[in-house]
Design a protein around this ligand. Structure first.
Ligand SMILES: C[S@@+](CC[C@H](N)C(=O)[O-])C[C@H]1O[C@@H](n2cnc3c(N)ncnc32)[C@H](O)[C@@H]1O
Length: 312
């Protein structure tokens, strides 16, 4: 049996167990090695942090987003810590599961120090020196601090709630961002989430910046399949394969654009990776993907930036 199918079966089984997210973390850590904080992952998300900040600066009158919200931060809060280093005062991270821990935050902070020692950090973030020194002090007294104290010193607030109903006031957030998260949320949930983002983001000066990875994530782990493999299944077949720990909605760039259009959220800038048409042609597509241009289906990653001033 192919490796990706074994992983799909194991994740599906884990998804039915209590504490499924924690079990999945250890499964990925020790079996698929998918959750260790590698340099590759760290620099990829640091690059996203830089791109979110630059997106914000292109449309806002301010250099620093003071209040920020990220959905689906994951195990290591790389973008939130980048925003802290920049000077943000209120940094929210919303998720229905609490995926980080005191240990994983420490790993993240140490990675920032290492990155700075290698003279790399300044190439990504024009960070505030006092904020950087604050991270050094936090690490110096790390064992004495409670996890809550660490988060408080980093201006980081975890909202463990459904992003369809955020406990934040309207017009309160300068920058809303996400990385590789929307592809894990089915449209019937993503639409109300975006609707609530539209409510909380500042209409006079706010920006949204979302990176979406539309590739089959099983192909990241099993090189015997390509990133379009999941497009051969009908919705009914995919429902049997997909799992609730790391669901994949399989929707394409045109579906996301349609959602933005329906919610009247502007796409002020859009970029995408064109993917690989030969690889796409090697997959026998399910009927639901057959009526769209192959060039659009092939797009594997995209980044949407919304200047919320445009909706006033
Ligand atoms: C795969 S993870 C994101 C990965 C992470 N951003 C990264 O860069 O590695 C997607 C996250 O979205 C969260 N999520 C899904 N639906 C949500 C909802 N309705 N409200 C809040 N968070 C949600 C999931 O719990 C999950 O942690």
């Amino acid at each position: 049996m192919k490796k990706w199918k074994q992983k799909a079966i194991i994740q599906k089984t884990i998804s039915y167990l209590p504490l499924s997210q924690m079990i999945n973390f250890f499964f990925q850590k020790y079996v698929t090695k998918g959750v260790n904080l590698s340099d590759e992952y760290f620099y990829d998300r640091l690059g996203h942090a830089r791109d979110h900040i630059n997106s914000y600066r292109r449309y806002s009158n301010k250099l620093i987003p003071i209040s920020c919200l990220e959905i689906g931060t994951g195990w290591y809060p790389i973008v939130p810590v980048s925003l802290f280093l920049l000077g943000a005062d209120k940094i929210y991270s919303v998720d229905i599961s609490f995926l980080t821990s005191k240990e994983r935050v420490k790993t993240t902070l140490k990675k920032f120090i290492e990155c700075n020692n290698q003279e790399q950090l300044k190439n990504y973030i024009d960070y505030n020196k006092e904020r950087f020194n604050a991270i050094i002090s936090i690490l110096d007294e790390y064992e004495k601090l409670t996890f809550d104290e660490v988060l408080q010193k980093l201006n980081l607030n975890y909202l463990i709630e459904d992003a369809r109903n955020l406990s934040l006031p309207e017009n309160s957030i300068d920058l809303i961002n996400s990385n590789n998260t929307f592809e894990h949320i089915y449209p019937e949930i993503l639409k109300p989430i975006l609707k609530d983002f539209k409510r909380v983001v500042k209409k006079n000066d706010g920006v949204m910046s979302h990176f979406i990875d539309m590739s089959d994530h099983f192909a990241h782990f099993d090189k015997s399949i390509n990133i379009y493999n999941f497009l051969k299944f009908s919705d009914k077949e995919w429902k049997r394969i997909d799992n609730s720990i790391q669901p994949q909605n399989r929707i394409r760039i045109y579906d996301y654009k349609q959602i933005y259009f329906e919610l009247d959220i502007p796409i002020s800038e859009e970029s995408s990776r064109k993917g690989n048409l030969d690889e796409l042609r090697s997959v026998f597509l399910a009927d639901k993907f057959k009526n769209f241009p192959l060039e659009e289906i092939a797009k594997s990653h995209c980044h949407f930036i919304s200047n919320m001033k445009a909706i006033v």
